[in-house]
Design a protein around this ligand. Sequence first.
Ligand code: SF4
Ligand code: SF4
Ligand code: SF4
Length: 249
Amino acid sequence: MPNAFFIDASRCTACRGCQVACKEWHGLPAVNTKQRGSHQNPPDLNPFNYKVVRFNEHLKDNDRNQVVWNFFPDQCRHCIEAPCKYIADDYLEGAIVQDQGTGAIIYTDLTRQLSQSVYEEIRDSCPYDIPRRNSATGAIVKCDMCHGRVRNGLLPMCVATCPTGTMNFGDREEMLKLAHERLDVVKKEFPNAQLVDEDSVNVIYLITDDPQYYHDYVIGDARPVPGPMTRKEFFAKLAAPLRAATSKV
Ligand code: SF4
Ligand code: SF4
Ligand code: SF4
């Protein structure tokens, strides 16, 4: 049974405990940033931030000019059929692997051997714009589901740290059940609430507002692909021959 996260953004206070805990557990250094008129810091994912809590504010669509503040603890979605892995497999088997027990998509040290253009292809294939390259080591990096902790019966660091119940982790079926229970509750106050891409990822977000009011890459089909197909259809098609070839080996 694969594992999954349920990230209930309706509960997130943007304390950034998860972001800092992730850095600490992985021994990632601080990054110099500037004040940009937002509480979000750093401005985006980078090779030293596998998780970033995104802040987005907008005016509510009513005549009272109410400000709505949306928080989104962004990380790799550990896609069930991961486009990044299918691309990497085409160049170097084993650079990106899927852990069969947890379902985690893991970037290995072999990613250092991939060229810059392959890195760009991998990043471009990700519907959620997650992978980043460490220019000093050449490693392509992202959230690893804290699979070392999980294998030893511990929760991922960001889940263990979150004080509000936003971050949840467990069996996929259990997380889906919890997600639907919370959606039923949250919808009473926020009719636009939805679960994001629940059938295709192992990191399931509950958002209360239109996805455009969180971040450009909240929904998997947000990035354009050539032709009339959706992004999901495009990568499913792309991956099919690769899967067939792999299964023959
Ligand atoms: S979210 Fe992006 S980086 Fe993560 S598994 Fe899916 S395609 Fe790969
Ligand atoms: S699961 Fe681990 S690596 Fe992924 S965001 Fe949480 S703390 Fe970071
Ligand atoms: S620790 Fe929890 S409440 Fe704090 S920013 Fe992260 S997800 Fe939100």
